[in-house]
Design a protein around this ligand. Structure first.
Ligand SMILES: [Zn+2]
Length: 181
């Protein structure tokens, strides 16, 4: 089932998500809906917060570079109750977008590598050291669970440049909320 996305202006995006107490079949069904929703929107990551559920869950879809240098989609990965630690001192700046902030792309500095501890879809704990683009995806999604967005991490002058788009998104949200029955 494709879930509806929450866009900038929706206060849920600024809230702190709570840990999952138990990985039940309902949670697993919700996660498979999250993956379907991410793919339907052609995204490479989605946090539960972005579909209005304040639980500490996110999914990513890994990307790899094909023979002709093109980006290809790989497997999806589930993170429940993730804990990010040991960020590297080496930072990297990359242009990022977000399904909750359509048409907005800003430069976000992030550590090159991190350690991640989480539960998988079966509730089994795992941990890993991740570097490069996947580490960035994880940090982006983990930010959502703490109410943080890419516009909080980009240079202030870039935020100013996209301010008109943010204002528009906020207005759209207000209109949508009014017409909801
Ligand atoms: Zn996002």
């Amino acid at each position: 089932m494709i879930l509806s996305l929450c866009y900038y202006g929706n206060p849920v995006l600024r809230k702190q998500a709570s840990p999952v107490k138990e990985v039940t079949p309902e949670i697993q069904k919700f996660i498979s809906d999250m993956i379907e929703t991410m793919d339907d929107h052609n995204g490479i990551g989605l946090a539960a917060t972005q579909v209005g559920v304040l639980l500490r869950i996110f999914v990513i879809r890994k990307e790899f570079i094909g023979d002709n240098g093109e980006f290809l989609k790989g497997v999806s990965q589930v993170f429940i109750n993730p804990e990010v630690s040991e960020p590297s001192d080496d930072m990297e700046i990359m242009n990022e977008g977000c399904l909750s902030l359509p048409k907005i792309f800003v430069d976000v500095p992030r550590p090159q590598s991190i350690k991640i501890k989480a539960l998988d879809i079966d509730g089994k704990p795992f941990e890993d050291t991740i570097t490069g683009f996947t580490a960035r995806q994880i940090m982006h999604e983990n930010d959502h669970l703490n109410g943080k967005l890419i516009i909080d991490r980009c240079p202030p002058e870039q935020k100013k440049e996209v301010q008109h788009l943010l204002t528009q998104l906020k207005k759209n949200h207000k209109n949508r909320s009014k017409t909801r029955t």
